[in-house]
Design a protein around this ligand. Sequence first.
Ligand code: SAH
Length: 291
Amino acid sequence: MSRDLINAAERAAIQRLADILALPVFERGWVWLAGAGPGDPGLITALGLHAISSSDIILYDALVNEALLKLARPGAELIFAGKRAGKQSCKQSDISHMLVSVARKGMRVLRLKGGDPFVFGRGAEEALTLARAGVPFRVVPGVTAGIGGLAYAGIPATHRDTNHVVTFVTGHGADGKLPDIDWTSIAHGSPTIVLYMARKHAGEIAEKLISAGRDAGEAAAVVSNASCSDQTVHVTTLSQLGVASAGSATPAILVIGESVKLRARLDWIGALAGNTRGPEPLQLVQVNDAG
Ligand code: SAH
């Protein structure tokens, strides 16, 4: 891959930042498992930035913004280790074993994943392989799409008038089917439900939640390519969530709950783009989920 790298002065500036913040040195033979955030490259953490600029090899996923790779050291090896067009280019076990073998060669190995590495991203599986193999590793958390991505849509994960509880759920089981989850408990216990990887089964999930007592007309949204320049937000209702989610393969976070309505006031990206919808009336159904 051809890439414009940052120059020596810019690299020195990143090193200076690492010194000021007393960030740990990336030692040879270590694996750092880091989150790159949901898309906007600015959402990388200082530790993640330091990791990118000091590693010898970077294995990155499809959801990582490639602009971040410009910060890599000259000569650093960049390996795409994600899914493209629905096809798994690298098997999970191959990736885990590669991490072990390159670390054992004494390289500084960065495993860079979208969002947070320990949220629905198989980072824990990779870390377990490293632990089993006795390879030293560090976890660098990232901004997860279900929080940071929603924030870019003007939808707060919590607000005390709308929800004291938020639940993160995957809509995609290991076998590709809808995971076997206690949807009734989720429907009853969590006013705000955030769904990852749920496009395919969104209709089925909505039906389960409605039959467990959730209001079919409840606010919901589909946030695609969250925090990226091509982010889209489709506000809908729970009963229409399946329809709103279908027909696209872009990564999307689905969110159900009163907090979605706050977007009418908090759509700061829309405001930046000059969308002047004027103040909309905001009628929130107050929840009492504090027990
Ligand atoms: N570790 C990641 C999640 C990986 S699972 C994290 O913490 O965010 C992949 C799923 O994450 C996608 O199917 C989608 O549901 C969600 N996702 C990741 N990036 C996204 C983005 N920019 N916009 C919307 N959804 C995103």
